[in-house]
Design a binder for this molecule. Structure first.
Ligand code: PSU
Ligand code: MN
Length: 311
């Protein structure tokens, strides 16, 4: 089975359910927590996290939401844990570089894609569902602001299902960087790389797959060849939920201008922009964001099942 070759790292705290599923080689899907603590407002954030876990279960896989709580790297959370992440202002945004610090200081941390990937891999989980990846920020030629999500995809063996990259980032430079890092970027049922709120970005998807089974075979093939690193599976937002690029682009420009005017940058950039876009769209972007995460959860559960069946 897919995970019997891997004993979870002893520093991790797994729920009994997740530990058993991994030991049996049953499908498990990792979920991140920055999206809860720093990506959406309360109470929609905790409702989203709870519903997404249920969608994974309905799809025949075990959800494992990942965070650092009181210094423990936790794989699988309770309803109370999700509520804490959704409400506590002392939850830090934790990317890869922050993991040792927040764990050593017994703090609370909501993990980004990069940090969640690393903890998932240490647990032996190969499939991970999120909303949007971090990437190369606009203006990175000057600021060097490139998310550690990309370098983590280069080195950690986890497939990440997202709805592509939103245009708060430089989509073209993000795709170029993923190519340099050797990360397969696969459009699910599309020839065009999706742009999170919108199905279209104007950039072609470098590869395409049309079924969870095909995606599972690509994952298996990469790792069987000993090629380290992840895969970026880009699943377009459902048509009924999308905000067309023509509508969202000017709003994103406005949010970026507001961010610059306030001097916000670095790790605070993405949370600020997401919050500002929710404000400007009067909640429309939040509705789309929740819909695309749920859509990714359905696909992620199906991929995890196919992957477990292969091994
Ligand atoms: N994009 C979203 N919602 C999010 C994030 C990105 O639509 O919540 C979060 C993810 O956790 C991602 C992180 O890994 O932002 C990237 O942050 P940074 O650019 O600081 O690496
Ligand atoms: Mn950054």
């Amino acid at each position: 089975m897919n995970t019997t070759d891997h004993t979870p790292h002893p520093s991790l705290v797994l729920t009994e359910e997740v530990r058993t599923a991994l030991a049996e080689g049953a499908p498990v899907v990792a979920l991140e927590s920055t999206i809860i603590s720093h990506g959406m407002p309360y109470p929609q954030n905790v409702a989203m996290a709870t519903e997404v876990e249920q969608i994974i279960r309905d799809g025949g896989a075990i959800p494992a939401t990942i965070a650092v709580l009181g210094g423990s790297p936790r794989i699988g959370l309770t309803a109370e844990d999700l509520e804490l992440l959704a409400t506590d202002v002392n939850v830090a945004k934790v990317s890869l570089r922050d993991l040792p610090y927040v764990i050593a200081r017994a703090g609370h941390g909501a993990t980004t894609v990069a940090a969640t990937m690393r903890l998932a891999a240490l647990a032996g989980i190969r499939t991970f569902v999120t909303g949007g990846l971090g990437g190369v920020h606009r203006g990175a030629q000057q600021t060097f602001d490139v998310s550690a999500d990309l370098t983590e995809l280069a080195q950690t063996d986890v497939a990440v299902i997202s709805a592509g990259v939103k245009s708060i980032l430089d989509i073209g430079l993000t795709l170029e960087t993923l190519e340099t890092l050797g990360v397969p970027v696969i459009g699910y049922g599309t020839d065009e790389f999706p742009a999170f709120f919108s199905r279209r970005s104007g950039f072609p998807a470098p590869m395409r797959a049309d079924s969870p089974a095909e995606l599972a075979v690509i994952m298996r093939t990469k790792w069987d060849l000993g090629i380290r690193g992840g895969l970026d599976i880009a699943n377009p937002i459902p048509e009924a939920d999308e905000i067309p690029a023509s509508e969202i682009d000017s709003i994103i420009e406005q949010a970026l201008a507001d961010m610059d005017a306030r001097g916000i940058k670095g790790k605070d950039a993405t949370p600020y922009l997401l919050g500002r876009i929710v404000e400007i769209t009067a909640g429309e972007s939040l509705r789309a964001n929740i819909a695309l995460v749920k859509n990714n959860a359905r696909l992620g559960a199906a991929i995890a099942k196919e992957y477990a069946a292969l091994s």
